[in-house]
Design a protein around this ligand. Structure first.
Ligand code: ZN
Length: 382
């Protein structure tokens, strides 16, 4: 079968690999399924993996973890999925007995394209099909279902792990698809009395339009701290100049959040982009005592990260940091799919670009890497 393998840093290469088949004498295969990808979306984490990571983890690793696929074959112990069905495949896969996956758990998440082969091949295998595949509800668009398996799953994990409550102020750093979904989830949890502030690239109007659509109240450019838009800037108590040490990275966007919140900062920060500096900014932005920071962003490199001591309560305050991978598994994925259905498939609007055919996978990855203006996510229809 044809497959795109990650052969060396910066290179995705087409290869002929042996067909994926189930071996019924193998215990694990009795619970597994073989599927054929139908709709795929290269993820920005694929871009990091291929172009910025430390190279392939092993030979002939097939990438690809965001997709909808047709079930081709199932092991005899698979009860809920049948050949011919179009299903959503959870990007992160829990082990049996652990249906919520990795977030908040010891590392048990199997990940397609990481420790097992992913979907960028004519056929691929999913272990424990009954807990890792998800039924797509009738009436949900393919685009929205595709955006549920990783973008929503990850963004909603951030809001869930932050324990956002009604009326709270939440900052989201990063305006890509995960940031937008984290914003949407924060909006849901904080309710109309709460506030969602996004610090994003603001490089094209598509990003701001999407932020509005998903309920972000205030959108601030990370470059210069300018307000891209502000639907809600109700707390305009004169901004008492804070100790300059409270903004350790000197970010104008951090200053603008302080200004927009009367110097209060935020109850939670969801980091969905922005590089290592985002950790410093999040620490500066989140309030003392109960503030929670959840990092969902891919941290590149192998050095160290730093934190601002002044904002950590001059060295001794309670700020909670969480470093999470998306929740996964069938339960979480089906929750995302149901949420997308209840929103009228609006998540499908994250798909701004479409390509056709298996052979267009490298082109889609390259497009994700270049990120032309107006691009949020790509859907490849096989
Ligand atoms: Zn991903």
């Amino acid at each position: 079968m044809k497959a795109f393998v990650f052969s060396q840093k910066g290179i995705i290469e087409e290869k002929n690999l042996p067909d994926v088949r189930l071996d019924m004498t193998c215990e694990a295969d009795r619970r597994a399924a073989v599927l054929k990808p139908r709709f795929l979306s290269p993820c920005s984490s694929d871009v990091h993996t291929v172009f910025a990571g430390n190279g392939p983890r092993r030979e002939n690793l097939v990438l690809g973890h965001e997709g909808l696929a047709e079930v081709v074959e199932t092991g005899p112990e698979v009860r809920d999925f049948h050949p011919g069905e179009l299903v959503a495949v959870s990007a992160v896969m829990p082990e049996p007995g652990d249906r919520t996956g990795h977030a908040g758990m010891p590392f048990s998440g199997t990940k397609l394209g990481r420790n097992i082969d992913g979907m960028w091949s004519e056929y691929f295998r999913v272990p424990d099909a009954d807990i890792n595949l998800a039924h797509i509800p009738e009436g949900l668009s393919a685009e929205a279902a595709l955006m549920a398996v990783d973008m929503m799953a990850t963004g909603y994990t951030a809001a869930e792990e932050a324990g956002i409550e009604e009326g709270q102020t939440v900052a989201v750093i990063g305006s890509g698809a995960v940031g937008l979904m984290a914003g949407a989830a924060a909006r849901r949890k904080a309710g109309p009395a709460g506030r969602v502030i996004m610090i994003g690239s603001a490089k094209d109007p598509v990003s701001a339009e999407a932020a509005k659509l998903f309920g972000v109240d205030i959108y601030i450019s990370y470059r210069d701290g300018s307000l891209v838009y502000a639907n809600d800037r109700r707390d305009l108590t004169p901004f008492a100049a804070r100790d300059p040490r409270a903004n350790a990275s000197g970010s104008p966007a951090v200053d603008e959040v302080f200004r927009s919140t009367g110097g209060y900062g935020t109850d939670a920060v969801l980091i969905c982009g922005g590089g290592p500096e985002a950790l410093i900014q999040a620490c500066d932005l989140v309030r003392y005592g109960t503030g929670v920071i959840v990092n969902m962003a891919y941290i590149e490199g192998s050095g160290t990260v730093s934190l601002p001591i002044f904002s950590l309560g001059r060295g001794m305050s309670g700020k909670t940091f969480k470093f999470e991978l998306s929740r996964g598994g069938r339960d979480w994925t089906e929750r995302m799919l149901a949420e997308a259905l209840s929103c009228g498939s609006v998540q499908g609007r994250l798909v701004t670009h479409r390509l056709k055919g298996f052979d267009s996978i490298p082109e889609a990855l390259e497009l994700m890497r270049r990120r032309p203006a107006g691009l949020i996510k790509i859907m490849v229809e096989i």
